[in-house]
Design a protein around this ligand. Structure first.
Ligand code: DGJ
Length: 718
């Protein structure tokens, strides 16, 4: 890991473990020269593209590979930084001023960001760019990590002009050379989040965005360019993700030179920020990951980074407990007796945590009331949470609890007391979704109220886990507390407020395991993972659908960040019936749990549940912390999928059949990342094979006599 500056060539060369990122100051402009496979220092200057300065309809400036493209001198592409100056124009002429190289990495005020524990673990470069006319000062930050192969970038904007400047857009941009690319991103909707989509890069502007006030189910803040020949195990990958949980946009913008700019940042449809003289605005961090060795290479780098440099706290490296959640078992229809009966059987088969989901507070017996009234309903739970949690603890289980703290039901004491505390536009309908409104977390008094009311509950009973839900997106997403000229700040102020609330509560209860949720995986991003190390991956618990969701999610998010539960059949989202062992085998691809009434299982399935629990306990370190390889892609072919976990000794392979086929051709799945000459033994299947054989011949997949069958193999290196 090194950041080098060559005084004579004015070249910055950032070297990660396997990437180089190179910039140059030329005539005051900050140019981007290279991002890709690591190259040696020096002796490359002669190779970089210089724009043709001869006669052309387009200006030379518009063809420079700019590190921060802005509106000036005929740059007509997507701008990374856009402002409205005091005079009403939007010209920004950023020129190099100075730079600093330092050990370590500072946090970003008010925002989540990647971190290191020691200054020797990272190096940071700060480059100041200045607009001499307006006085705008932009500081670009780049951090290279010693042990992790990711580049962290962010941008700080300061208004040193006498006028008020309105910030309209702030994106992290990187320009790649003209080449043959494909776009890869994660698309979806509620209950079908993060399906991997890959297609030829168009010559034009490709955009994904969320203006929902959350990163959202529809588009994940992840974007990659790959070459057509890139596979899971080989080829270049250039990927970006956002350490932010609110609205975002990401672009691939192909200009006249056919060189794409990749960008990611705040969503300008729902964002602007007024900056008075002296004001400073910190844009969220973006992570850039280059992999020379395919999509599994990307995932290895991102998984390790997210686990150790994004997630924090007590649970960061600890095995995650096997949980039993009552939501799909009971929905709102429960009482103490019913809950204890479910929990007792959970304890008997080896579960470690019982989670009481929605419906324990106020008078909430359906989703039409009481959000905001975080007071236990003693009609349902006599003696309150303490009595229940103590009984659960006596069974040997920890007690977990669901909250939806950012929301308010119109039918609630909180709303009756503070009708102005929700996001809304005066004079317009307050559009409800799931019969609820969103509290204005941009307001300090609202943040404080949430902090105190949630803390009060957590102090009242031995609660070891919190599921933090958020079940709607912003519609009239404006704060009543902001003046007209600042209304477009509402969404970002909300996210900053949310981060303050999360920072405070997670620090107050450091040993509580927090799991985020937003109607399943509607806020699955590195911003939220900084506070809560795991996310409920999707409300879709159907095993066949989950294979696709978990497969796509795994592109950048580690298995330790994905909640995955075994539920009842017919499945509540699809009506599909899948075998019990397959539901278990799929849930083992994340933080394993159950979300059904175990008492309703027959003896065979209950035994299967017991076996799965025992297996997860034995192998979860490998599954949650080991290297993960995608072996067969369910988005291609016939929906069959396979993945593999390994810690170097133990190798776990999971294969999922989608639909059985008559007279099907025999199949082999080729393993990855093993030692060619080492011998691996799967005692249960009586198989002894070399690593080379498993990787090049492949593991024969059994013939399936039924749909949705699945198999798990566990090899030990001898
Ligand atoms: C949405 C979540 O995704 C579900 O798991 C459940 O917690 C419900 N909310 C409860 O209302």
């Amino acid at each position: 890991m090194q950041i080098h500056f060559n005084e004579s060539t004015q070249v910055f060369h950032l070297q990660g473990k396997s990437f180089s990122y190179i910039m140059q100051v030329k005539d005051g402009l900050m140019l981007h020269l290279y991002w890709g496979r690591k190259i040696p220092l020096g002796h490359h200057e002669a190779l970089h593209f210089l724009p043709w300065e001869g006669a052309s309809f387009d200006s030379a400036h518009s063809r420079w590979p700019l590190e921060v493209p802005t509106q000036e001198k005929g740059f007509f592409g997507q701008q990374a930084l856009r402002v409205k100056n005091g005079g009403g124009d939007d010209v920004v002429s950023l020129r190099y001023k100075t730079h600093r190289i330092m050990d370590g990495k500072k946090g970003l005020p008010g925002l989540p960001s990647s971190y290191v524990e020691k200054d020797t673990d990272a190096q940071t470069l700060e480059i100041d760019l200045e607009d001499h006319v307006s006085g705008l000062l932009v500081t670009l930050r780049y951090t290279v990590f010693a042990e992790y192969d990711v580049l962290a970038r962010s941008m700080l904007i300061q208004n040193h002009s006498a006028d008020t400047v309105t910030l309209l857009d702030a994106q992290t941009a990187v320009r790649l050379p003209a080449d043959n690319y494909e776009i890869l991103h994660l698309k979806g909707g509620w209950a079908r989040e993060r399906h991997a989509k890959r297609f030829a890069m168009p010559e034009g502007n490709f955009a994904i965005k969320s203006r929902r006030g959350a990163s959202g189910h529809e588009n994940n803040p992840f974007l990659a360019l790959v070459h057509p020949e890139t596979t899971e195990s080989m080829g270049d990958v250039y990927a970006m993700t956002h350490v932010y949980s609110g609205s975002f946009s990401a672009f691939v913008d192909v200009g006249i030179d056919r060189a794409p700019y990749m960008m990611m940042g705040l969503c300008s449809d729902v964002f602007s920020w007024q900056m008075q003289n002296g004001d400073v605005f910190q844009a969220p961090e973006t992570l850039l990951c280059y992999a020379p060795d395919g999509l599994n290479g990307l995932s290895h780098r991102m998984h390790a980074f997210v686990r150790r440099c994004i997630c924090r706290g007590y649970w960061r490296d600890r095995p995650r407990p096997i949980l039993l959640n009552n939501w799909e078992a009971t929905y709102f229809d429960f009482n103490t007796e019913k809950l204890l009966k479910i929990a007792a059987l959970g304890a008997q088969i080896g579960c470690e945590l019982f989670v009481l989901d929605d419906g324990w507070f106020g008078k909430r017996n359906s989703d039409n009331c009481s959000l905001g009234d975080w007071v236990v309903n003693e009609d349902k739970l006599p003696g309150g949470l303490k009595a229940l949690a103590e009984k659960i603890n006596e069974m040997g289980l920890k007690m977990g609890l669901w909250f939806e703290p950012e929301m308010v039901s119109p039918d609630s004491d909180l709303y009756r007391a503070h009708p102005d505390w929700c996001l809304h536009v005066d004079g317009r309908e307050r559009t409800q979704a799931r019969q609820q409104l969103i509290l204005d977390l941009g307001r300090k008094e609202v943040q404080d109220h949430i902090i105190e009311s949630i803390s009060h509950v957590l102090e009242s009973a031995p609660i070891g886990y919190v599921k933090w839900d958020m079940n709607r997106n912003m519609m009239e997403g404006f704060s009543a507390a902001l003046p007209a000229q600042r209304k477009m700040e509402s969404q970002h102020r909300y996210i900053l407020g949310l981060y303050r609330v999360l920072e405070t509560i997670t620090a107050r209860f450091p040993e509580v395991l927090f799991e985020s949720c937003s109607g399943g995986g509607g806020r699955f991003d590195c911003g939220i993972l900084h506070y809560m190390p795991q996310t409920w991956t999707s409300d879709d618990t159907d095993a066949a659908e989950r294979v696709k969701i978990q497969y796509g999610t795994s592109l950048i998010y580690p298995c330790s960040s994905m909640g995955a539960h075994v539920s009842a059949v017919p499945n509540h989202q699809t009506g599909r019936i899948t075998p019990f062992h397959t539901r278990c085998n799929v849930a083992m691809g994340g933080n394993f749990g159950f979300e059904l009434d175990l008492n309703k299982l027959n003896e065979e399935d209950l035994q299967c549940a017991r076996n799965a629990v025992a297996m997860v306990k034995k192998l979860r370190t490998v599954m949650q912390q080991g290297d993960y390889y995608r072996l067969q892609n369910p988005f291609l072919s016939d929906g069959d999928a396979a993945w593999q976990f390994t810690d170097g000794r133990t190798v776990i392979v999971c294969f999922y059949r989608n639909q059985a086929q008559p007279n099907a051709s025999p199949r082999q799945v080729k393993l990855q990342g093993l030692e060619e000459d080492a011998v691996y033994v799967d005692t249960a299947h009586q198989m002894t094979c070399t690593g080379g054989a498993l990787m090049h011949i492949g593991l024969p997949v059994p013939y399936a006599w039924k749909d949705y069958d699945s198999w798990v193999y566990v090899f030990e290196k001898q």
